[in-house]
Design a protein around this ligand. Structure first.
Ligand code: SDX
Length: 421
């Protein structure tokens, strides 16, 4: 199969076909308009491939996720560090020990933000959401580092985003900023910058470091999702890396995308505070006249279990046990999942828990405030956004992204002077 035939207005047209590593088939419509005058229409791009990519493979029907060919389950079970996985996604190969040591040194070297950037935090209104702060400050990096190759700016944004995020949290609780420590890992530095205080010694708990490492690795990439497609769209105009990552942060913030992890916890807390009647909320989620949706459920690609949700569901138990905690929200989540997975409405629509359904319970158990959940998602996803930015820029097929449309507005009509209206 290497062509597709299209019959339009009685004329037959042949279109080439692209077949991927896992035998996915894409009909190449590059010549469609010149051949037929017609374009495709696909609101939400559910049936449209924007590019060929070698970074991440998802099989939504079978719940498969692989980073550069490595199954997510094996990566999660390995001792890989978050930066090791970031390196794999960005450069396409697992780093040698020497490459790993050098990359970690560079991560440490670039972890600090310009001292003047600390003044930003004094001018955001007190209740500013940290995602607004993160996107604003990542975008402003181009003011502090106007030069710099993409490769240098990759190190800068990867290393500084965690510092900006931790400072946003410290500012929100009125505590002094804590500088990154060279001897700590990327993950341990996030936790130390968030939870240590100059007045006392703080040792990053191993259980927290392990949990956050897993969470960020599971969020590191997910092929052409909304925020990654935003990065590719913005980057295709030639905009710089800092601007494209800032745009990705903005897209991720949406409640239907990365903002869902915050929405899930707020939904579970609302159900708990409303007497815990989770069955009533399942009915609300099914009611077309009710805007309520079961947050953390459903996915554009996964029509089976999100493999990340499976891993996090197991981890939620471990983290709570290791923290000596018992969270009734986990019970509500489990009950919601159990009912939904046996309800025709969810079964017919192939709605399963996604990565956001359990992640919030773990973040909450770690003492991370709800409004920082999506910031954690962003810190995890930055390597994926960078990988796609690099791949897009290196792809000879890349052109500025400029979709077409079918116009359905008024036909031509004469202008009406104001006095005649
Ligand atoms: C992420 O793309 C990615 O890869 C994203 C992500 C990543 O790693 O980058 O995986 C991260 O964003 C995960 C998704 C987080 N969002 C949520 O949990 C929000 C709740 N879920 C939904 O809003 C929804 O499922 C989406 C946004 C995730 C997917 O939307 P689609 O593919 O456009 O599906 P749809 O809205 O057209 O829904 C299809 C049907 C509809 O019913 P009908 O009109 O056919 O009768 O399913 C229903 C929807 O009403 N439906 C839900 C539902 N999700 C879909 N009904 C109740 N609760 C839900 N959560």
């Amino acid at each position: 199969m290497n062509t597709a035939r299209l019959i339009l207005n009685g004329d037959e047209h042949e279109l080439p076909v692209v077949v991927g590593t896992e035998n996915e088939v894409g009909i190449d419509v590059t010549s469609l308009r010149s051949q037929t005058g017609a374009i495709t229409i696909d609101p939400g791009f559910a049936n449209t491939g924007s590019c060929k990519s070698a970074i991440t493979f998802i099989d939504g029907e079978n719940g498969i996720l692989r980073y550069r060919g490595y199954p997510i389950e094996q990566i999660a079970a390995s001792r890989a560090t978050f930066i090791e996985v970031a390196y794999l996604l960005i450069y396409g190969a697992l780093p040698t020990p020497g490459e790993m040591a050098e990359y970690s040194r560079l991560m440490t070297r670039h972890s600090f933000i310009h001292e003047d950037m600390k003044n930003f935090f004094n001018n955001f209104p007190p209740m500013t959401h940290p995602m607004a702060i993160l996107s604003a400050m990542v975008g402003s990096l181009s003011g502090y580092y106007p030069e710099g190759t993409d490769e240098l700016n990759i190190l800068r944004v990867l290393a500084k985003a965690k510092t900006i995020s931790a400072y946003a949290y410290k500012k929100s609780i009125g505590e002094p900023f804590v500088y990154p420590k060279p001897e700590l890992s990327y993950i341990a530095n996030i936790l130390n910058m968030m939870f240590s205080h100059p007045s006392e010694d703080y040792e990053v708990p191993e259980v927290l470091e392990r949990a956050l490492r897993l969470l960020l690795i599971l969020h590191a990439d997910h092929e052409q999702n909304c925020s990654t497609s935003t990065v590719r769209m913005v980057g295709s105009s030639g905009a710089g890396l800092f601007s494209t990552i800032s745009a990705g942060i903005c897209a991720l913030w949406g409640p239907l995308h990365g903002g869902a992890n915050q929405e899930v916890i707020e939904m579970l807390e609302h159900i708990r505070d409303d007497g815990g009647d989770y069955k009533a909320y399942i009915e609300k989620a099914k009611d077309k006249n009710d805007p309520f949706r079961l947050m953390g459920f459903g996915h554009r690609v996964y029509k089976n279990f999100d493999p990340r949700a499976k891993i996090l569901k197991e981890q939620a138990d471990n983290v709570l046990k290791l923290m000596g905690m018992d969270d009734p929200l986990l019970d509500i989540a489990r009950n919601l999942e159990d009912i939904a997975l046996h309800d025709d409405y969810f079964i017919e629509r192939k709605l399963y828990p996604n990565v956001d359904f359990y992640s919030g319970i773990i973040y909450k158990a770690m003492g991370i405030p709800t409004n920082m959940f999506t910031v954690m998602f962003a810190l995890g996803r930055i390597p994926g956004w960078i990988a796609h930015y690099r791949e897009m820029k290196a792809d000879p097929d890349t052109r500025i992204n400029r979709p077409r449309q079918v116009y359905v507005g008024p036909a031509e009509r004469p202008w009406v002077r104001r006095e005649e209206r």
